[in-house]
Design a protein around this ligand. Structure first.
Ligand code: GLC
Ligand code: CA
Length: 559
C-alpha cells in the first residue's frame, strides 16, 4: 500500500526531558514555566512537534515514568494552569505537543495500587498482576529491567506483584477490561484538552504470556523477561481497541516505544491501514555496539560497528516500505549522546561528526526525532563516582554488580556508565556560558557537563556554521522536499567499512546521500558524474573522488 500523506510523516519531533530542560522558578529542577519560556527557541529551530517526557504527578522513582495521578502535574514541574499556558503558547507558535503515555505500569503510590494491595478482595485487586509464590520463591525467575527480581512480595496479602521495571512501578493488568476502560477514559480526557498525540511507553509489554514460564537463567539466578512480556498474545487486540475507542477520533500522532519489536511485529503496530499506531521505535540499532556480556546486561563500552549498524538500518528502511511508517532516532533520554557514541566527540571532530550523523538520519525515510541538546552536539558526561549518578538503572546496577556480586570493579562500571548510562542524556540543557549553563539559578538536580562554556545554545544560534544552524537547515529541507519524506530507499556501498551511502527516489528525481564514519579521507566516486543541486553538506569545499573525515553530502539530481 502506498504511503498516504499525514502531517506527522512530514514532521520533525523534538523530545524534551522536562527535568533537565529549563528551570523557570530557580529550584534546580526543570519545569513547565522553563519550557514555555524556551518555546520560541524551538520554533526558530523549526521543529513541528514536541514530545514531553512524563510531566504527571509522580514520586519520581524513575523520573516521572512512575505515575501516581494521570490527571495532575508533577509538583516540581508546576500546575495544570502552567500546562494550559504552555499548550496555548506552543500552539500559537505552530508547535504541537505530544504527551508521554506510561500505561504499562503505574506508581505504587497510584490510588489504584494502594487499593489493590489493601486486600485480596478489593475491587482493584485485579488491576495489577498478583501471583502466589513457588516454594517460598517468586512466581517466576524473571529479572526486572532495572536489576533484581521482577516480583515483589507483599507482606499484607501474602502474594507477589509483577513489576517489569522498579518495584515502585507495578504492571497494570490489561487483561482486565476495567483497566482498559480507565486508561482509555484518561486518554480521551487529554485529547479533549487539545494535546496532539501520545508517545506510548513500553507499549509492546502490556500483554503478558498467560503461562508465566521460567526464562533460561542467564546468571544462574534470573532469566530474561522480555520474551514473555513483549509482543504478547493480546497486544494487537488491545491496541486496536484503543485505536477504535480513542485514537481514531482525533487527528493525532502516535508512536509506540516497542521493546523487543521485530520487523514483522512493527508492520502490525504501525500498519499503513492505521488500525493501531502511527509508528514505533525499535531498538535494534541502539542495542548494537557495546560489548555486552549476559551477566552485565547492557553495560559495556565498545564502539558500534558501521557494517552491523548499517545492515540493521537498511533492513528496516527496506522492509517497512509500503507496509508501515518508521521513526528515526539515535538518542533519547534512555540512550547516551549520539555524537559520543556513533560519532567522535573530540574537539576536532565533534561538530563535523554530529552534522554527519544528523545528515545520515534526517535524509532517511521515517519521522526524525531530535533529543534536547542533540541540535547543539551535546556530549556524554564522564562519571568518576556513583554519587554523580541519578538514574535508578545505574544506581541499581552499581549495587548489584559492584557491591553485591562483585563481578566488575567500580572503575570499570563507571566507564560503562560514561559510555552507555542514561544520565549522559539527562545532564542539564546547555543554554549559555553563565553559571549552571543558564539552566538554573540554583544547583541543578544532576551535574552540568563541564563543557558548557564551549557547547551552548547562545553561541550556536547566532553562528551560521554551528550544529544548531545545520539542524535548522536539515529540518527546512525535509519540509521543502517530498522526496526526503516519501521517497523510496535504495542502499549503496553496503560493503564499505567507512561510508554510509544510499539513494532516495521520487517522481523522476534521485537524492544521493553519502556519510563518512572515518576520521581520514576515503575514496568515494558517487558524486563525480552527478549533475544536480547539493542540498546540504558539512564541508564548504569538497575533494574530487574523496570524502573527507566525517564528511556528509546530499545531492538532488534527475534520474
Ligand atoms: C521506557 C522509558 C524509560 C523508563 C521505562 C519504564 O523505556 O523510556 O525511561 O525507565 O520505560 O517506564
Ligand atoms: Ca524548577
Amino acid at each position: 500500500m502506498a504511503d498516504t500523506r499525514k502531517w506527522w510523516k512530514e514532521a520533525v519531533v523534538y523530545q524534551i526531558y522536562p527535568r533537565s530542560f529549563a528551570d523557570g522558578n530557580g529550584d534546580g529542577i526543570g519545569d513547565l514555566i522553563g519550557i514555555t519560556e524556551h518555546l520560541p527557541y524551538l520554533a526558530d529551530l523549526g521543529v513541528d512537534v514536541i514530545w514531553l517526557s512524563p510531566i504527571y504527578k509522580s514520586p519520581n522513582d524513575d523520573n516521572g515514568y512512575d505515575i501516581s495521578d494521570y490527571r495532575d502535574i508533577m509538583t516540581e514541574f508546576g500546575t495544570m494552569d502552567d500546562f494550559d499556558r504552555m499548550l496555548e503558547r506552543a500552539h500559537s507558535l505552530g508547535l504541537k505537543i505530544v504527551m508521554d503515555l506510561v500505561v504499562n505500569h503505574t506508581s505504587d503510590e497510584h490510588p489504584w495500587f494502594i487499593e489493590s494491595r489493601s486486600s485480596r478482595e478489593n475491587p482493584y485487586r485485579d488491576f495489577y498482576i498478583w501471583k502466589d509464590g513457588k516454594d517460598g520463591m517468586p512466581p517466576t525467575n524473571w529479572q526486572s529491567v532495572f536489576s533484581g527480581s521482577a516480583w515483589e512480595y507483599d507482606e499484607g496479602t501474602g502474594q507477589y506483584y509483577l513489576h517489569c521495571f522498579t518495584k515502585k512501578q507495578p504492571d497494570l493488568n490489561w487483561d482486565n477490561e476495567k483497566v482498559r476502560d480507565s486508561v482509555f477514559d484518561m486518554m480521551t480526557w487529554w485529547c479533549e484538552k487539545g494535546i496532539d498525540g501520545f508517545r506510548m511507553d513500553v507499549i509492546s509489554m502490556i500483554s503478558k504470556d498467560p503461562a508465566y514460564p521460567e526464562g533460561p537463567a542467564t546468571d544462574g539466578i534470573y532469566g530474561d523477561l522480555i520474551p514473555y512480556v513483549a509482543n504478547g498474545p493480546r497486544v494487537h487486540e488491545y491496541l486496536k481497541e484503543m485505536n477504535r475507542r480513542v485514537l481514531s477520533k482525533y487527528d493525532i500522532m502516535t508512536v509506540g516505544e516497542t521493546a523487543g519489536v521485530t520487523i514483522d511485529e512493527a508492520k502490525k503496530y504501525a500498519n499503513n491501514e492505521g488500525t493501531e499506531l502511527g509508528m514505533v521505535f525499535h531498538f535494534e540499532h541502539v542495542d548494537t555496539g557495546a560489548t555486552t556480556t549476559p551477566i552485565l546486561g547492557k553495560w559495556g563500552y565498545g564502539r558500534p560497528d558501521l557494517k552491523k549498524f548499517r545492515a540493521i538500518m537498511n533492513k528496516w528502511q527496506l522492509e517497512l516500505e509500503g507496509a508501515a511508517w518508521g521513526s528515526l532516532y539515535l538518542d533519547n533520554h534512555d540512550q547516551p549522546r549520539m555524537v559520543s557514541r556513533f560519532g567522535n566527540d573530540c574537539e576536532k571532530y565533534r561538530e563535523v561528526s554530529a552534522k554527519m550523523l544528523a545528515t545520515m538520519l534526517h535524509m532517511m525515510k521515517g519521522t526524525p526525532y531530535v533529543y534536547q541538546g542533540e541540535e547543539l552536539g551535546m556530549t556524554n558526561f564522564t562519571f568518576t563516582s556513583v554519587s554523580d549518578c541519578r538514574d535508578v538503572e545505574e544506581i541499581n546496577a552499581y549495587r548489584q554488580y559492584v557491591e553485591e556480586n562483585k563481578v566488575i570493579s567500580a572503575e570499570e562500571l563507571l566507564k560503562c556508565f560514561s559510555a552507555m548510562g542514561r544520565d549522559n542524556a539527562r545532564t542539564p540543557m546547555q543554554w549559555d556560558d553563565s553559571g549552571n549553563a543558564g539552566f538554573s539559578a540554583a544547583k541543578p538536580w544532576i551535574p552540568v557537563n563541564p563543557n558548557y562554556k564551549e557547547i551552548n545554545a547562545k553561541a550556536e544560534v547566532s553562528d551560521p556554521y554551528s550544529v544548531f544552524s545545520y539542524y535548522k537547515k536539515l529540518i527546512r529541507l525535509r519540509h521543502g522536499n517530498d522526496i526526503i519524506v516519501y521517497g523510496t530507499f535504495e542502499p549503496l556501498l553496503t560493503d564499505s567499512g567507512d561510508i554510509y551511502a544510499y539513494r532516495r527516489h521520487l517522481d523522476g528525481m534521485t537524492l544521493t546521500v553519502a556519510c563518512s564514519w572515518a576520521d581520514h579521507d576515503c575514496p568515494c566516486d558517487l558524486f563525480e558524474s552527478l549533475s544536480g543541486d547539493e542540498l546540504i553538506s558539512n564541508y564548504g569545499t569538497h575533494k574530487p573522488g574523496i570524502l573527507q573525515p566525517y564528511e556528509a553530502r546530499a545531492v538532488l539530481s534527475p534520474d
